[in-house]
Design a protein around this ligand. Structure first.
Ligand code: FAD
Length: 456
């Protein structure tokens, strides 16, 4: 694989074993990439050692859309593995180990969470606003990348005033050429500010703890070697399914570890049409969650077809959980994980509201599209197929119903932090990356402030 896109060089965990780090960051996806970038910015003039450990290999040198033709979801499904039999109730989800994590494949849709979500969060809307602004700037979030059409008007006639161009994390480099954001971009930018060590193909199995203080991690290499890397501070950013696995493997206690698993119930509708337009067009629109509409709709409209994807809010419930199964191990010899998951009556109510709105939109658009033929299908996707799984190590004020404090620090363990989708207390109906990135940056700022204070 071409490494020329990377400004940094890779090291081995055997080299890292000889050092002691001030911070180890595990995972390089949405939360990991943002944490690395922010910490390198904060510590650029400080004599601190930062290490990064990634289970995956370099599978792409940039976001898939910038290096391959075709749809990102298809590419993702070809590469990522289903979790198998322990995941029958969450069968849409996939495991991916890769430098850059799932930001290599995401569709870059980057809305903020609806304000009502923050009512039960341990963070104010004002503080989130500050970090949303930083994250939107860093991810190049724009509403102007794709042109809109008159379908705005049709949707407004339906009483849907909030329809807008989709916020996307893309850099409009030249007309009609987009550079899609992936955390590889942030890793390069981080390295320009401060050098860090990074090892790939190295999977963290456990966090090592002595007297409730983090002392390092146990890592397994692809050639089956076990290595210990030392650090008093660790940020786990391995995703909402893998992070609880690491905590549980490390025998860390906590009632909420792996619990409150949420996703978005996902409804997809496709309409083939043959629109007699003067020239081909495409547009992407977003209908966000509102106080009365607990779901979000993403519309892709072209002269050939219309596709609508709905994401419904899912209640965080204690019985929806990921847990380890010590009787069965995966190909690395690590305990497999299993999921218990179902939608509640309230979740189904939202799914039905979402389907009804989609049908109304289709019939409104139908009138505005002069077509020769059309076919319409609408389906509820299997749980996990949205790839937005979250909340399995949620932040909160109460250690018996949450895993981390309001700054992502694991309750009861000094020096252990989490920075991926798993800390989101809820996700409403909006795609999670922008919020995970904003929180990762905020929590690094808090960590650095406390660290500096304690050193004084
Ligand atoms: C096709 C597709 C389209 C999507 N579109 C959107 C979208 O438009 N908008 C949006 O907001 N979200 C979207 N998502 C979802 C989004 O990509 C994820 O929600 C997000 O990347 C999760 O971030 P994370 O940091 O929790 O995990 P990830 O990004 O998955 O990162 C986890 C990292 O940890 C590494 N890792 C895992 N286990 C270990 C271990 N034991 N040791 C070391 N490293 C480990 C992984 O290799 C990876 O680098 C999409 C996802 C897909 C697949």
């Amino acid at each position: 694989m071409d490494k020329t896109n990377f400004l940094f060089t890779f090291t081995s965990v055997h080299e890292m074993e000889k050092k002691k780090y001030d911070m180890l960051i595990i995972g390089t996806g949405a939360g990991g990439g943002a944490s690395i970038w922010r910490l390198c910015q904060k510590w650029k003039n400080r004599n601190k050692q930062i290490g990064v450990i990634e289970a995956g290999d370099i599978i792409l040198p940039a976001h898939v859309k910038d290096v391959k033709n075709g749809r990102e979801k298809k590419h993702f499904q070809n590469i990522a593995k289903p979790y198998g039999e322990g995941f029958l109730q969450f069968s849409g989800s996939r495991q991916l180990f890769a430098l850059g994590g799932r930001t290599l494949f995401w569709s870059t849709v980057s809305p903020r969470f609806h304000n009502s979500e923050f009512t039960n969060w341990p963070i104010s809307i004002k503080e989130m606003d500050t970090y949303y602004q930083i994250a939107e700037k860093k991810l190049h979030v724009t509403r102007d990348a794709f042109m809109s059409t008159d379908s705005h008007l049709t949707l407004q006639n339906l009483g849907i005033d909030e329809v807008r161009n989709t916020p996307r994390a893309v850099l409009n480099v030249q007309k009609n050429f987009f550079k899609h954001y992936s955390s590889l971009i942030l890793l390069n930018e981080a390295y320009l500010q401060k050098k860090f060590d990074i090892a790939i193909n190295s999977r963290v199995v456990k966090v090592l703890i002595d007297d409730n203080q983090t002392i390092g991690v146990q890592v397994m290499t692809v050639d089956d070697k076990t290595v210990v890397i030392r650090s008093k501070n660790i940020i786990l950013a391995t995703g909402a399914l893998e992070t609880p696995r690491i905590l549980l493997q490390s025998c860390i206690n906590g009632n909420a570890i792996g619990r409150y698993l949420t996703n978005h119930s996902s409804v997809a509708a496709q309409i083939r049409c043959n629109h007699k337009a003067a020239k081909p067009f495409q547009t992407r629109l977003l209908i966000p969650q509102t106080t009365t509409r607990p779901y979000q709709l993403q519309l892709f409209i072209s002269n050939r077809f219309i596709s609508i994807t709905g994401f419904g809010k899912v209640e965080p419930r204690i019985e929806n959980r990921v847990y380890i199964d010590p009787q069965h191990t995966d190909e690395w010899g690590i305990s497999k994980i299993k999921v218990d998951f179902s939608y509640s009556p309230q979740d189904y109510n939202i799914i039905n509201q979402m389907k009804k709105t989609i049908e109304e939109i289709v019939s409104a658009l139908d009138k505005s599209i002069s077509k020769e033929e059309s076919a319409f299908s609408i389906s509820l996707k299997p749980p996990g197929d949205d790839y937005h799984e979250s909340s399995t190590c949620r932040m909160g004020l109460n250690p018996s119903t949450s895993v981390t404090n309001p700054f992502g620090k694991v309750y009861g363990i000094s020096g252990l932090y989490i920075a991926d989708n798993s800390i989101l207390p809820s996700t409403g109906a909006a795609n999670p990356v922008l919020t995970t990135v904003a929180l990762a940056m905020r929590n690094v700022d808090h960590f650095v402030n406390i660290y500096e204070k304690n050193k004084r």
